[in-house]
Design a protein. Structure first.
Length: 365
């Protein structure tokens, strides 16, 4: 039996806490042996939860001094490039939270560095590691859904107060990093819709062209971060997807998608009042002839997968265990950096189209 993969985790915000159960449930396979955060108290608190007393406030020092095989990078988006390149040059395997970067040049620089280092480089696109997602993809491959014609992604949230309740003469914004384009690389699209864009690529392949429009009228969104965006994506297989994302709408968290095929369809179930994470990993409803009692109702029925080849029904746990397996076997990750460049081309192509008002061919960027 292989020794557990020793991981240094950097960035102790909410996504790091979502990763923590994997280390708690499977200590024989993965262990956090060092924690890093620029905030000493945050690093100390998370290290206690993770069961280590090895704490750093400097990432490069952790790379040099900690007993680690790999890093789990859970930091603000504009820190990814520097941290990935530093970790690759130190010979550490890398699990990087999405998005890979905030420009395509950054993404390509990271791929060049990780390829040169010969290490495992995986992007944490968690929806690929849901049993439901893998079931749907396998049925698509087997032809059970027929040709896939269309997909739709909706991502809505009330991230800011209404403009009417803000004294704009005094307000400079709430100072939240994900509303700042310089730190996040954008707004709602890059932080949330990236999940569904990547899932759609996992289901039916690469995207060839995108067209988009965006709008921002709220003072809390700064440095180019959009509050709302609408995009159309054309896939190489002929399918079309719509993406609508807004962080300035008065609505409960709403992360929902459709997949429409010639012989069957899928919709994620709306779960009012549940958390964003619960909605992303929530149940699917499926319409397929195999589920029709009279073979003609076309009704949606809950998809209930009791048996799965995955270790758990929790995507964050599954992705981290998959990362560990790839580090130890040398296998290519399901959501490798190389594959994820296609997702980032779609996301950043959408921003380019919204900026120029013109369609963007992803082969040209």
């Amino acid at each position: 039996m292989s020794k557990p993969l020793k991981i240094g985790l950097v960035g102790t915000g909410s996504i790091a806490h979502a990763h923590l159960p994997a280390f708690k449930q499977f200590p024989s396979r993965v262990q956090i042996t060092a924690v890093c955060d620029i905030r000493q108290q945050a690093a100390d608190r998370f290290a206690e939860l993770a069961g280590t007393d090895v704490v750093f406030t400097d990432f490069e020092r952790m790379l040099k001094e900690a007993d680690i095989d790999a890093v789990d990078i859970c930091t603000v988006h504009n820190q990814h490039r520097h941290q990935v390149i530093a970790a690759a040059e130190a010979g550490k395997h890398i699990l990087l939270e999405k998005p890979m970067g905030i420009t395509l040049d950054e993404c390509r620089e990271m791929l060049k560095a990780t390829d040169a280092a010969g290490i495992t480089y995986m992007i944490a696109q968690c929806l690929r590691y849901l049993p439901n997602s893998q079931w749907v993809r396998q049925r698509i491959i087997e032809g059970e859904f027929g040709d896939i014609w269309a997909l739709r992604s909706d991502n809505f949230a009330s991230m800011v107060p209404p403009k009417s309740k803000i004294d704009t003469d005094k307000s400079t914004g709430p100072g939240i990093w994900y509303l700042d384009g310089k730190q996040a690389g954008g707004g709602a699209l890059i932080s949330q819709s990236t999940h569904h864009i990547d899932l759609f690529r996992y289901y039916i392949g690469d995207i060839s062209r995108v067209t988009a429009t965006s709008w921002t009228d709220h003072p809390f969104f700064i440095n180019g971060a959009e509050e709302s965006i609408a995009a159309t994506m054309e896939f190489e297989n002929g399918a079309v997807a719509q993406v609508l994302s807004s962080w300035a709408s008065r609505t409960p968290w709403n992360h929902h998608y459709w997949l429409l095929g010639e012989l069957g369809s899928v919709t994620s179930r709306l779960m009012p009042g549940s958390s964003p994470a619960e909605q992303y990993i929530g149940p699917l409803d499926v319409s397929l002839p195999r589920f029709d009692d009279d073979k003609s109702s076309r009704a949606f029925v809950p998809l209930d997968i009791a048996d799965t080849d995955l270790p758990t029904h929790l995507p964050f746990v599954n992705e981290i265990l998959h990362f560990a397996d790839c580090c130890q076997s040398g296998a290519e990750p399901l959501s490798s950096g190389t594959d994820n460049l296609g997702t980032m081309k779609a996301v950043l192509g959408i921003y380019e189209s919204a900026k120029t008002g013109q369609p963007v061919s992803l082969a040209d960027i």
